[in-house]
Write a protein that binds this ligand. Structure first.
Ligand code: ADP
Length: 421
């Protein structure tokens, strides 16, 4: 049995998000942290997701890493390839989604793909090419204040055209709602003159129709939602049988911590709620960079408080406070300070025997997972849409929940802890 779907995600939470949806759709899925250094057993995998941390890299590096991952996946001879980005199309002003999509098309010798970030179950929909977050246009949602990828335009055709090499078409909702055959016809028409087609999507049914219409495209690009119909395509082609595949995770003893570096509106609520019943310590990028507080301070506090229950470390702050920090340190240095600190903290907590990590923030998760150095993650059951419980397997297994910014309900941290118990 060969790997059917080879995926590349531009951040770590995006990778677990996609892996979670694939597992739920019936595909046995392995998530790799970067390109593996040595041989790895994928004999039983239907899908492989390579997690990169390329979303906010300079474009040339994002392209380089994505193409290296694609070349590695090509050796598996996958039926289809999938570039996974965020359902809020998070990209820098210069944009990595366009250049990476272009380079992947070239590498595969293809000339057309779709742009489908929608994830209706989490309130991300696309209408007339405009991306909505719940009731708001993307540019009027909390994403306008994102510390690294502020999204100030909602029109996907315009954003993509600014980032990529060619013109962008649209498959409008009127076509999508007529079903997969009409969508496929629209793809064929658009492919004569365009390299990419944004696809309107307002509900899950649309995602199934779009997925079905994509069955012959070599490269797909989108959020995790686009993946929901793919298992059915492979089954219809007689390539595999849908099976129940969330991995049975180990029972793990030991302390848990919550680490939050996301500043999204939902994460702010989750942090505020968790603080009501747990002790927490705030990470101030200004105090860290000036040396006013050190890793030792945090570790001493951890030792003094670990017996009281699950502790939380958070850098999460309001847009005004983040702007103040960024004005003092610069945008990159501010994020780097938080991410590097989180990574050092996690390495130290790991040595102190912490075995369960609940992490909020895509970039933050990247920093945390790199510190824990797994080669791969086992994907377990879903805590919330797009957020599975995962395990770093080994002699001393660890449980990890990685949450991208706006995902999960207000009680997400408590729910994740409950599933880790
Ligand atoms: P999300 O999933 O919400 O996008 P990320 O972790 O991807 O969250 O991005 C948040 C970024 O903001 C990270 O790079 C993080 O280091 C940075 N950050 C977090 N807290 C602060 C802060 N107080 N000041 C400045 N930057 C911060």
């Amino acid at each position: 049995m060969s790997v059917l779907l080879g995926c590349i995600a531009d951040d770590f939470t995006g990778a677990t998000d996609l892996a979670s949806f694939l597992v739920q759709s019936g595909m046995k899925t392995v998530q790799l942290i970067g390109i593996p250094n040595g041989p790895i057993d994928l004999s039983d995998a239907d899908a492989v997701v390579i997690a990169l941390k390329s979303r906010t890299l300079p474009s040339n590096l994002a392209v380089e890493q994505s193409i290296a991952a694609l070349k590695w996946l090509k050796k598996l001879n996958c039926e289809q390839y999938y570039f996974k980005y965020c359902s809020t199309f998070d990209s820098t002003e210069k944009g990595n989604i366009g250049p990476v999509t272009d380079a992947m098309l070239d590498e595969l010798g293809e000339s057309f793909t779709i742009i489908c970030p929608a994830l209706p179950v989490n309130g991300r929909t696309v209408y007339k090419g405009n991306l909505f977050v719940n009731d708001d246009l993307l540019s009027e949602s909390g994403m306008k204040n994102h510390p690294l990828t502020p999204m100030l335009d909602s029109n996907l055709m315009r954003i993509m055209a600014a980032q990529a090499s060619s013109s962008v078409g649209l498959v409008p909702l009127e076509v999508v709602s007529k079903g997969s055959e009409c969508i496929q016809q629209a793809f064929s028409e658009l492919a004569k003159t365009h390299r990419y087609a944004v696809v309107d999507t307002i509900c899950n049914e649309d995602l199934y129709s779009i997925g079905k219409a994509c069955s012959d495209l070599k490269l797909l690009t989108g959020g995790s939602g686009l993946s929901v119909g793919l298992a059915k395509n492979f089954q219809n082609k007689g390539l595999f049988e849908i099976r129940n595949n969330s991995a049975e995770l180990s029972k793990v003893k030991g302390d848990a911590v919550v680490l939050s570096g996301s500043c999204s509106v939902m994460t702010q609520k989750q942090v505020a709620r968790f603080k009501e019943n747990a002790r927490s310590m705030k990470i101030s990028p200004l105090d860290i960079s000036s040396g006013k507080t050190t890793l030792e301070d945090f570790l001493t506090w951890f030792d003094q408080n670990r017996s009281t229950g699950t502790l939380m470390f958070y850098a999460t702050d309001t847009p005004e406070n983040i702007k103040h920090v960024q004005d003092q340190l610069g945008i990159e240095k501010a994020s780097e300070t938080v991410e590097n600190f989180m990574a050092e903290l996690v390495s130290a907590l790991d040595k102190k025997g912490v075995t369960k990590y609940i992490v909020a923030g895509g970039e933050t998760s990247g920093a945390v997972v790199k510190a824990l150095k797994p080669a791969m993650l086992k994907i377990g059951g879903s805590i919330a849409p797009g957020i599975p419980l995962t395990e770093i397997a080994g002699d001393f297994p660890k449980l990890v929940a990685l949450k991208s910014g706006n995902f999960g309900d207000e009680d997400f941290f408590e729910k994740a802890l409950g599933m880790m118990a």
